[in-house]
Design a binder for this molecule. Sequence first.
Ligand code: ATP
Length: 235
Amino acid sequence: RRDEELLAVRDLVVNYGPIRAVSGVSIGVHRGETVVLCGANGAGKSTTIKAIMGSVPASSGSVHLDGQPITTVSAALRARRGIRLSPEGRQVFATMTVEENIRIGAHQLKATDRNTRVEELFDTFPLLAERRRSRAGDLSGGQQQIVAMGRAMASRPRLLLLDEPFLGLAPIWIASVSDAIRTVQAAGTALLISEQMARPALELADRGYVLKHGSIARRGTADEVRSMALAEEYV
Ligand code: ATP
């Protein structure tokens, strides 16, 4: 069981009505591993991530977590089983404070554990502690990305899905978000990162996949994927 993949996606197909967005994708993530899913705009990265979270249904194929099938399990139950998503465009609760956002992420913990977890997060993500009482909507895009990650990490997930965490960020914020991702890795959490701008994500990854028109065109170590992606201008 130790060697078994934490996440195993097999032959995943997702259709939006007549549009096939994902056609036969297989992806594995081992415990504690960081895997990048790269590919051009519209290649099917977000749809794959949503199907793993359970927010869009698989038309066929399967998703297993820890060897257990979760293909038809609701997103809410998948979250309870240890998968969390930091969505594309961050989607923080803009009118709430940073702390309130983090507390929402911790809601599935036992009430007695919630305060401890929130303080732990402020210890591990100093940037969140500094802005604890700020309105999330007043923060920069990079800060909001870290709030979204902190919110997703609040329930101590085993697998964190990051959809385009670097999208639209200035270089200084790419560095801060990379640091936040290293904090997640240090906690032993496995990561699947969808990213069109794959370069900063590949710096942090063990392995990667390249999606093209809804299928896996390439796969390999982070270095292998970086050279393929460079040749094909994904980074
Ligand atoms: P992006 O970088 O823009 O997020 P992506 O690689 O994540 O791109 P998806 O968003 O998964 O790609 O989209 C894959 C395909 O599915 C595209 O052709 C897109 O137009 C289509 N698509 C995505 N969402 C929907 C939807 N809700 N209804 C219909 N078609 C959709």
